[in-house]
Design a protein around this ligand. Sequence first.
Ligand SMILES: C[S@@+](CC[C@H](N)C(=O)[O-])C[C@H]1O[C@@H](n2cnc3c(N)ncnc32)[C@H](O)[C@@H]1O
Length: 328
Amino acid sequence: MVMYGHTPVLLKETLDVLSKVQEPALMIDATLGLAGHAIAFLEHFPRLSLIGVDADASMLEEAEKRLFAYKERCTLVHQFFDEFFLNFNKGGQKADIILFDLGVSMVHFKEARRGFSLMEDEVLDMRLNTTTGRTALQLIEMSTERGLVHMLRLYGEEQFAVPIARAIIKARDNHELRTARELAELVKQTVPARLRYGKIHPATKTFQALRIAVNDELGRVERALDQAIHALSKHGCIGVISFHSLEDRIVKQTFMKYVEKKSVNKYAEQKSSKTLQKTPISPMGAQTNLDKVELELLVKKPITASHEEVKQNPASRSAKLRAVMRKG
Ligand SMILES: C[S@@+](CC[C@H](N)C(=O)[O-])C[C@H]1O[C@@H](n2cnc3c(N)ncnc32)[C@H](O)[C@@H]1O
């Protein structure tokens, strides 16, 4: 891949909010990407060591080049972040700063050639880690119509889930569905005509749903956050940048379990059943963890991108940064 320029989202805000840590020794960038955030932290804290994690080997390869000047201070790990934190915690080491900048990068849309982009004649793969798991096409091949409807509603919040799922199954059975462009066109022809030519492509939610399902994105965030909180040193900080409400809800709920210690059970029970069904929080795990870790919110409301940043980098439009510090 020839990687083009990359603009890290909410860079200054992330650095400001996570720099509350005094003399941090170790940072884990759980979504290293092209190392934009990582380099800013390595520059800001000259004695900081970094563990950079990414599920996508091609991103790590590029990050390694970009981190050449800091190579003595960096360790790169090719792994999904939930699996990484599980192993990390077994070692008993602690991190002072942990960052998650969720989702995929623009590089995935523009250069990965795995069917992330709606416009391309690329086979529907959508896996971040191409060494494991099922591709989007395989997922479609093994799905029932009902299963697809469920997935489109749950991960895409797609209001036309039923007709879209029906059209996908029909095209699949006729061997007419293989590439991202074919899927995008199929969805476009399925939704009501008035929605076909708007600013946002009508297949955007279908693509989001498939990508989330293929990579188990929400499940991984939920598992990794709980683990990451336990990987924090005292007064260590976690920042999470999310890009859609499904992720942000998990981040908010997970942090709140450790902030509102006394009311957590009530909180979990009172949450709308819609939310809990979408992103189940393991109550047993949460209860055990609550006894040990207490978090303080570093920002009450999530930080969003300035008008200026959105103008320069439209991808930052939906970004939300939440951050917490470990108290005890
Ligand atoms: C938005 S980009 C991060 C950009 C990065 N902060 C930068 O400044 O270059 C997200 C990265 O996280 C990786 N990623 C997404 N989900 C992951 C997961 N569950 N485990 C590990 N890496 C993941 C993607 O491959 C992608 O490279």
